[in-house]
Design a binder for this molecule. Structure first.
Ligand SMILES: *Cc1c(COP(=O)(O)O)cnc(C)c1O
Length: 422
C-alpha cells in the first residue's frame, strides 16, 4: 500500500508544494496532507485506510454529502453520451432555467468552469456595461485568484491598494478600492471620493473566506442603496452562499437583490462549474449579443451540467431549516466543549456554516478575525484529524455541514473534541 506520506513525497517532486491549490498542503496547521482514496456521504477515506468525518466538503460544494447516488447516476449517464461537445446541449438550458427558478434575479446567465472565472467575467462585464474602471471589494473577502481581486489594503483607511502577490502589476490593482467588511461608512467615503468612476461593488453577502463573517443588519441594504445612488453595479459573490444559505442563496435569505451574481461550488455538484448572471439588460452586453468578450472551451460541459441539475433537483426536496437547526445545536455544543477547556471562543453561524474563532474578540471583519489564536487552532486541527475528523486546515475557513451528516457524526465529533489537549 502506498501511504499518504509516500504520495506526498512523490507529489512534491511534480507539483509545487505537492498540491494543486495551496491550503490543501496544510502548512498553516503544521502537518502534511492526507491523500484521499474515496468519499461517500459525510465520510472520507484516506489511502492509509483512515475514515474521516468531513466538515470541509470540498470547501463547500458537497452539500448533499459525497457521492450522492442521483448526482453520480446523472453524471455517469451524461458521460456515456460524450464528455464534451464544444457545441450547445440541452443540459445547459435546463441548468440555467433551474438556477433562474431558484434565483429570480438571475434573468440571464453564462456558465463557466470555476468561481474564479465567474467573478473575473462579472467584473469585466460590470466595467464594460458602466464604462468605468474602479471596483470596491472588502478586506478579507476572496473572489478567486484573478489579478484585480488579489489586492490588499495599503495604509490608511480603505485607500490605495497594493498587489497581494508577486506577479500582479501595481497598475492592475490601482483600480481596486478596499473597505473593511461591515463598514458602510468606509464604502460611502469611497463613493464620495471616487463616485462616478466606480463600476461595481463586489461582496460575499456572508463572508466565508476569513472564517464565516455574516453581514450586520443594514450592511447589504446600504450597499444596494449606495450602488443605486452612484450608478454602480452590486455584485454578490455567492460562490459559497448560493444554494447554501437557502435555496435562493443569500439574496433570498437577506432580501437584497444584486445586479449580478456569481456562483460556483454547489452549482456543479462536485464538478467544475461556475456561473455569472443577473439583469437581462446587463447580460445582453456579453458576446455574442453584446461587445464584452467571454468564452470557454469546457463551459457548459454536459457531464458537469447534468451533475449540477441533479444536485439542484435533490436540494429542492431537502429541509434547509432542519439542517440549520441541527448545525446550530452542534456548533453550540462544540463551542461549549472548547470553552470548558478554557479557550475563548467566538461563534459565527448562518444556515449550515459556522466558524469557531479562538479569540475573545467578536469577529465582524478581517481585523477582528486576525485576533484569533492560530497556534491553538493548529493543535485542535491535528488532534481532531488524528481522531477521525476532517476540519479545514486553517482557522480562517468555514465549517460546513451537509444533508448527509447524521447525529452520530456530530456526537462522534464532540467526543473527539472532548479528548483534545491544548
Ligand atoms: C471558492 C471561491 C471563489 C473561487 O472559486 P474557484 O472555483 O475556487 O475558482 C470565488 N469566490 C468565493 C466567495 C469563493 O469562496
Amino acid at each position: 500500500m502506498t501511504s499518504s506520506a509516500d504520495w506526498f513525497r512523490r507529489a512534491q517532486d511534480v507539483l509545487p508544494g505537492g498540491v494543486n491549490s495551496p491550503v490543501r498542503a496544510c502548512r498553516g496547521v503544521g502537518c502534511d496532507p492526507l491523500f484521499t482514496e474515496s468519499a461517500r456521504g459525510s465520510r472520507m477515506h484516506t489511502v492509509d485506510g483512515q475514515e474521516l468525518i468531513d466538515f470541509v466538503l470540498s470547501w463547500g460544494p458537497m452539500i448533499l454529502g459525497h457521492c450522492d447516488p442521483e448526482v453520480v447516476e446523472a453524471a455517469r449517464r451524461a458521460v456515456e453520451r460524450g464528455s464534451s461537445y464544444g457545441a450547445p446541449c440541452p443540459g445547459e438550458v435546463e441548468l440555467a432555467e433551474a438556477v433562474r427558478r431558484l434565483m429570480p434575479g438571475m434573468e440571464m446567465m453564462r456558465m463557466v468552469s470555476s468561481g474564479t472565472e465567474a467573478t473575473m467575467s462579472a467584473l469585466r462585464l460590470a466595467r464594460g456595461f458602466t464604462g468605468r474602471d474602479k471596483l470596491i471589494k472588502f478586506d478579507g473577502c476572496y473572489h478567486g485568484h484573478s489579478d484585480a481581486f488579489l489586492a490588499s489594503a495599503g495604509s490608511g483607511l480603505a485607500t490605495l491598494s497594493i498587489p497581494g502577490t508577486p506577479g500582479v502589476p501595481a497598475d492592475v490593482v490601482a483600480h481596486t478600492l478596499i473597505a473593511p467588511y461591515n463598514d458602510l461608512e468606509a464604502v460611502e467615503d469611497l463613493f464620495n471620493r471616487h463616485g462616478r468612476e466606480i463600476a461595481c461593488v463586489i461582496v460575499e453577502p456572508a463572508a466565508g473566506n476569513m472564517g464565516l463573517v455574516p453581514p450586520e443588519p443594514g450592511f447589504l441594504e446600504g450597499l444596494r442603496a449606495l450602488c443605486t445612488r452612484f450608478g454602480a453595479l452590486l455584485i454578490f459573490d455567492e460562490v459559497i452562499t448560493g444554494f447554501r444559505l437557502s435555496l435562493g442563496g443569500a439574496q433570498a435569505r437577506y432580501g437584497v437583490r444584486p445586479d449580478l451574481t456569481t456562483l460556483g461550488k454547489i452549482i456543479g455538484g462536485g464538478f467544475p462549474v461556475g456561473c455569472f448572471g443577473g439583469r437581462r439588460e446587463i447580460m445582453e452586453h456579453v458576446a455574442p449579443v453584446g461587445a464584452v468578450y467571454q468564452a470557454g472551451t469546457l463551459s457548459g460541459n454536459p457531464a458537469a451540467m447534468a451533475a449540477g441539475l441533479a444536485t439542484l433537483r435533490r436540494l429542492e426536496a431537502c429541509d434547509y431549516d432542519a439542517l440549520e437547526r441541527r448545525t446550530l445545536a452542534f456548533a453550540r455544543d462544540l463551542k461549549s466543549v472548547l470553552e470548558e477547556k478554557g479557550l475563548p471562543v467566538q461563534m459565527n453561524h448562518v444556515a449550515s456554516i459556522f466558524t469557531l474563532f479562538f479569540t475573545k474578540t467578536p469577529v465582524t471583519d478581517f481585523d477582528t478575525a486576525k485576533t484569533m489564536d492560530t497556534e491553538a487552532y493548529a493543535t485542535f486541527f491535528r488532534q481532531m484529524r488524528e481522531a477521525g475528523v476532517n476540519l479545514a486546515p486553517s482557522g480562517y475557513e468555514c465549517t460546513f455541514t451537509s444533508f448527509a451528516h447524521t447525529e452520530e457524526d456530530f456526537a462522534a465529533t464532540l467526543d473527539a473534541a472532548r479528548r483534545v489537549r491544548f
